[in-house]
Design a binder for this molecule. Structure first.
Ligand code: SAM
Length: 286
């Protein structure tokens, strides 16, 4: 099978199988070899590596990954792409296509049973409509990972790197900070995809920390606090957390805990650093 990363060969495959793009699955296939090269180079894949690809499409990036990796697991939801992948990947014996919704796959089990329990490298041109649930799901499930090299919407890449006070700062920024070091590899214009998305894109590499940059007693509580505070951006943190319910503290107790870690009781959630969210979680836990 010829290399797919160009418009001519991609169209040929689409026509051969009478494939129609499904908008609901966020299908924008890569048709630019320079971008494909950049993704694979940034992911630094070797023949020792197990790679997990989310959404292989017609197998364009998958072919590159198979060339460099020990084994590739590619999770694809769309029934119509499965026979195409069987064809476009037929030359490789180091790939397993998993026909499923990525949000339903038990990645920890996959890594333990199929990848010798070794940390995997995630590489993908992600379906943009579920970027955050995919990434948060991988992080929060503590799937053993070395790095995550993914194409995302440009604004989302910027959000991942944002700090307190910026309008882009949110739960995703804090999760990325806690788990990884982000690095934007390249900005990618719409004409590198078929069909063209109506947003700009960027490749971002997240290198997982060996140890988190801060210590927190109850990570889940910290992320519950973070999510609740960003869900109600214009409220003070005390009101936001109180309205969210579920934490079991009244406003006075929340205010007292904020003051105990050196913050004003009128502070807004979006001004807190990761270390301050961790301190608040530890104070409430105590
Ligand atoms: N990797 C291909 C490429 O770069 O040309 C396709 C990338 S396209 C942006 C996203 C892919 O994710 C599509 O193949 C789509 O069908 C698939 N997809 C969408 N939602 C999915 C889900 N929940 N689970 C697994 N795959 C999904």
């Amino acid at each position: 099978m010829a290399e797919l990363g160009n418009p001519k060969n991609t169209i040929e495959v689409l026509q051969k199988y009478n494939f129609h793009f499904a908008k609901k699955f966020g299908q924008n296939f890569l048709i630019d070899t320079h971008v494909l090269d950049k993704i694979v180079r940034a992911a630094e894949i070797t023949k020792e590596d197990y790679v997990l690809e989310i959404g292989p499409g017609i197998g364009t990036l998958t072919q590159y990954l198979c060339e460099s990796a020990k084994h590739v697991f590619a999770v694809e939801i769309d029934d119509n792409l499965i026979p195409i992948l069987q064809d476009t990947l037929s030359a490789y014996d180091n790939v397993t296509v998993i026909h499923n919704d990525v949000l339903k796959v038990d990645m920890n089990e996959l890594v333990q049973t199929k990848c010798e329990g070794k940390p995997v490298k995630i590489v993908a041109n992600l379906p943009y409509y579920i970027t955050t649930p995919i990434l948060m799901g991988l992080f929060e499930a503590h799937v053993p990972m070395k790095s995550v090299t993914v194409m995302v919407q440009k604004e989302v890449a910027e959000r991942m790197q944002a700090g307190p006070g910026s309008k882009d700062y949110g739960a995703l920024s804090l999760a990325v900070q806690f788990y990884a070091d982000p690095y934007i590899v390249a900005n990618v214009p719409p004409n590198c995809f078929m069909p063209r998305p109506n947003v700009g894109s960027a490749v971002i590499r997240l290198t997982l920390h060996d140890e988190p940059p801060i210590v927190v007693k109850d990570e889940k509580l910290m992320f519950d606090l973070i999510r609740a505070s960003f869900n109600q951006r214009r409220k003070t943190l005390v009101n936001g957390l109180h309205n969210a319910g579920g934490f079991g503290f009244n406003k006075e107790e929340l205010a007292k805990n904020l003051v105990s870690i050196g913050l004003s009781e009128n502070v807004r959630g979006e001004t807190l650093t990761l270390a301050q969210f961790a301190a608040l979680a530890d104070a409430l836990k105590a």
